[in-house]
Design a protein around this ligand. Structure first.
Ligand code: OAD
Length: 283
C-alpha cells in the first residue's frame, strides 16, 4: 500500500486533475488526486515519444544540498551579486574562494538520492531521453544517468582562468583548503570552479544541445526548480511552444505552475520513485 500523505496535487489553471465529489474529505481528496496525478504522469511517460527532464537544486535537496531561493535558500544568506558573479570573482577572488570553500565541501561527500536514481532508471527503461540539469553537483551521473546535459557547469572540475588548464576538484582539495586563491601549476593564473557565475555565458555546446532536445521532446518533466534564472527558465516555454506537455514535480508552488499540464507537489525523492513503480507495474 503506497502512502500519499505528504503528496499534494496543486491545481493549476489548465491543469489536468480528476475531479472528486466534495463529499470526500479534503485530505483524502488530495491523496486521491495525487495518486491519480502520479498514475496519469506514468501513463504520459510510458506513451510519450521523447521525454526530457529539466532539474534544479530541489532534486538534490534530499541529498543534503541546499537550494538557492526560499526562506532557507543560499541566497537568503548571501548576495549572489557579491559572491557568485564573474564580476565579483574578477574583483575579489579571495572573497569568492572563501564562499566557495564554505559551501563547496558538501559536494564532495553528497550522494545521489532516490529522485536521481529514479531518473537514471527511466533512462535505462528507455523512457527518458536526456536530463538537462542546472545543478553542478554531478549527482545525476553518480546515480547512473548517462545522458546528462549540464548547462551551468560542474563543480567537480576546476579551471584556470588564464590558460584553461583543467583539474579534478577531488585531486586538489588540499591545495584548495590551503591556498587563499588557488593558482594554476602551469601558468600561475587564478583557478575557478568550472561553474557558470552570474554574468557569464552558458556553455554554448551544452545549451544548444539542451535547446535541440527540448524542441524535439513531446514531454518535459521539470523537477525541483523555481525557474527564476534565464536562459534555463525559458526551456519549458520553448518545449510547450513546440508541442510538448509539461509536468512539474516540486515541493512548493512556483511562478510558472500555470504552464504545466500536471503538477505534483512534494519531495522529488518520494514522487519520482512512485512514478517509476507505476510505469513498471501498469499499462
Ligand atoms: P531554486 O533554489 O531557485 O529552486 C529550488 C526549487 O526546488 C524550489 O522551487 C523548491 O520549492 C524546490 N524544492 C526544494 N526541495 C525539494 C524537494 N525535496 N523535492 C522537490 N522540489 C524541491 O534552485 P534552481 O531553480 O535550481 O544558478 O535555481 C536555478 C539557478 O539559480 C541555479 O542553477 C543557480 C542559482 O542561482 C547559478 O548559479 C548560475
Amino acid at each position: 500500500m503506497i502512502a500519499f500523505d505528504k503528496l499534494f496535487l496543486m491545481p493549476t489553471s489548465g491543469c489536468k486533475s480528476t475531479k472528486y465529489s466534495a463529499a470526500i474529505p479534503t485530505r483524502a481528496r488530495c491523496r486521491l488526486e495525487a495518486y491519480s496525478a502520479i498514475m496519469s504522469i506514468a501513463h504520459e511517460i510510458k506513451h510519450a515519444r521523447r521525454v526530457v527532464a529539466l532539474t534544479g537544486a530541489g532534486i538534490s535537496a534530499e541529498s543534503g544540498l541546499g537550494t538557492f531561493r526560499g526562506k532557507d535558500g543560499l541566497w537568503s544568506k548571501y548576495d549572489p551579486a557579491l559572491v557568485a558573479s564573474i564580476e565579483s570573482f574578477t574583483r575579489d577572488p579571495h572573497a569568492f574562494w572563501e564562499f566557495a570553500r564554505e559551501i563547496g565541501w558538501i559536494f564532495l561527500t553528497a550522494k545521489p538520492n532516490a529522485a536521481h536514481t529514479a531518473l537514471a532508471e527511466l533512462e535505462t527503461m528507455k523512457r527518458l531521453d536526456y536530463v538537462i540539469t542546472q545543478n553542478v553537483d554531478g549527482l545525476h551521473q553518480r546515480a547512473g544517468s548517462k545522458r546528462v546535459i549540464e548547462i551551468h557547469g560542474n563543480a567537480g572540475r576546476i579551471i584556470c582562468t588564464r590558460c584553461s588548464a583543467e583539474y579534478a576538484t577531488e585531486k586538489i582539495v588540499d591545495r584548495i583548503a590551503r591556498e587563499d586563491v588557488p593558482t594554476c601549476d602551469r601558468c600561475g593564473g587564478s583557478l575557478k570552479p568550472d561553474v557558470i557565475l552570474f554574468g557569464e555565458p552558458l556553455p554554448k555546446r551544452a545549451f544548444d544541445l539542451a535547446l535541440k532536445k527540448v524542441k524535439s521532446a513531446d514531454l518535459l518533466i521539470a523537477v525541483g526548480t523555481s525557474l527564476e534564472v534565464y536562459p534555463a527558465a525559458s526551456l519549458p516555454e520553448i518545449a510547450k511552444k513546440s508541442g510538448a506537455r509539461i509536468i512539474s514535480i516540486d515541493s512548493e508552488r512556483t511562478g510558472w505552475d500555470d504552464l504545466c499540464d500536471y503538477k505534483v507537489s512534494g519531495p522529488a525523492g518520494e514522487i519520482l520513485p512512485r512514478i517509476v513503480q507505476a510505469i513498471r507495474i501498469t499499462f
